[in-house]
Structure formats: C-alpha cells, structure tokens
Design a protein around this ligand. Structure first.
Ligand code: C5P
Length: 220
C-alpha cells in the first residue's frame, strides 16, 4: 500500500497456542503454529512500530531490533504479560489461540496410570482479549474469530461484546484458511460493521492487508 507507516507506534501482539499443565510432563494445548501473529509482528516492525510479541509455545523465532519477544506457556502468563504492556500500547492484536480451560489442579508428581478412567476437572481461563477491551482507553484493539457456522454474525457479536475496534474472521469452511497452513482467507470487520473480504493469500500478504485496514483507521 501507499504511505503506510507505523512510525512512533507501539504494538502488542499475542501469538501461538497456550499450554495448560496437567502434571509436570503433560499439558492441554492446541495446534496453533503462531505463524499469523509472527507475520503481523514482522510486518509491524517493517512499518516502523516498536513491537511486543507475546507468544505461547511455538517452534518459530524472530529477531528484529524493534521486536521484543516474550515467551510464555499458559494463558495466565500471557494475560499478565499483555496487561504489563497494555498502557503503553497504541495497537493490540490478539492472534493467539488461547486455551479456554485449564486443569483446576496441577498434579505435583507425574500422574500414575490406574484401573479405570481418569477425570480431569477444568476451570475457565481468563479471556485476555475481553479483559483488554474492558480496560481500553486510547488503544486500537483487534481480535481474531475462527468460526465454523454463522461466521459473520458470531464475529460481529464478538466485536461488540469484547469492545473491539476490528475483528479478523477466518472461516474454517474455506480450504487453505485457518490453523497451521501457510495461507489464509480473511474478512475484516470494523466497529461500524464495515466489512471487507479478501481472497486466499499467503500469511505475509494477509498480515499486510490487516495492517492496511488498521492503519487507515488509526490515521483517519
Ligand atoms: O471468543 P473467542 O475465543 O472465539 O475469541 C477469539 C479471540 O479472543 C482471539 O482474538 C483470541 O486471541 C482471543 N482470546 C483471548 N483469550 C482467551 C480466549 C480468546 O485473548 N482466553
């Protein structure tokens, strides 16, 4: 795009999955690779921003003078890292696939197998994006929505309920979109419910499109 810049802006991005401990060697997790969040961070740095990238466990790495990578494991740790940096943030994008639940009790010793079934009680994790929306002052706040049905309606609901300025919808119905892959197909919805749909693109291209949508709105 033309005249795109994030010079002087501070950006906070969450990426990757979270791992919720069951015992010292086991966890609950998901298949998020972290790619979309890392691409958003890289693009923001290229556009001149100072970036804090808070990532759950991932095989990815990124080295850039303007990117501070904070590695976390659990949703609770991600929550704390985000709130530590939020006051100082101009644009926050939550691209992490945060576990909604964690084991209520973390066993101190490795669980031993026994006769019969095992039940693990789960409790809710904090919704990081929702909590940032509640605390929002000057920040431009963007979330992701991965939906399998009533995509637009659910995404709009999330946008309003979580007090967001924009939401990126990826449909799991579209081939090549969503988790793990190298491509994505998104729809961007802003808080006025203006909707823009993009074609199937590589994740670096999708990151550029998302930043173009955000920058046009923070500079408007
Ligand atoms: O409500 P749902 O989980 O579908 O919303 C997805 C959005 O919320 C994503 O932006 C995700 O990063 C964020 N989220 C979060 N903390 C959670 C759950 C979701 O930040 N515990």
């Amino acid at each position: 795009g033309k005249g795109l810049s994030l010079s002087g802006k501070k950006v906070l991005i969450t990426a990757g999955p979270t791992h919720e401990a069951i015992d010292p060697v086991r966890f609950l997790g998901n298949r998020s690779s972290g790619t979309m969040g890392f691409e958003l961070a890289k693009k923001a740095a290229e556009l001149g921003a100072k970036v804090v990238l808070v990532s759950g466990p991932t095989s990815l790495d990124i080295k850039h003078n303007s990117i501070e990578l904070i590695r976390v494991t659990s949703a609770q740790e991600m929550y704390e890292a985000c709130h530590n940096h939020y006051n100082d943030t101009d644009v926050a994008i939550c691209a992490a696939a945060v576990a909604d639940y964690r084991p209520k009790n973390v066993a101190k010793e490795k669980l031993k197998k026994k006769e019969g079934d095992l039940n693990i009680e789960l409790e809710r994790n904090p919704d990081i994006l929702l909590s940032l929306g509640e605390k929002k002052s000057h920040q431009f706040l963007v979330g992701f929505a991965l939906e399998t049905e009533n995509e637009l309606e659910n995404a709009k609901g999330k946008l309003q309920r979580k007090n967001l300025d924009g939401i990126v919808l990826n449909s799991l119905k579209d081939d090549g979109a969503g988790f793990g892959g190298t491509t994505n197909k998104i729809t961007f919805i802003d808080k006025n419910l203006e909707i823009k749909t993009f074609g199937l693109k590589t994740k670096p291209e999708v990151a550029s499109d998302i930043w173009e949508e955000i920058i046009s709105r923070i500079h408007a």
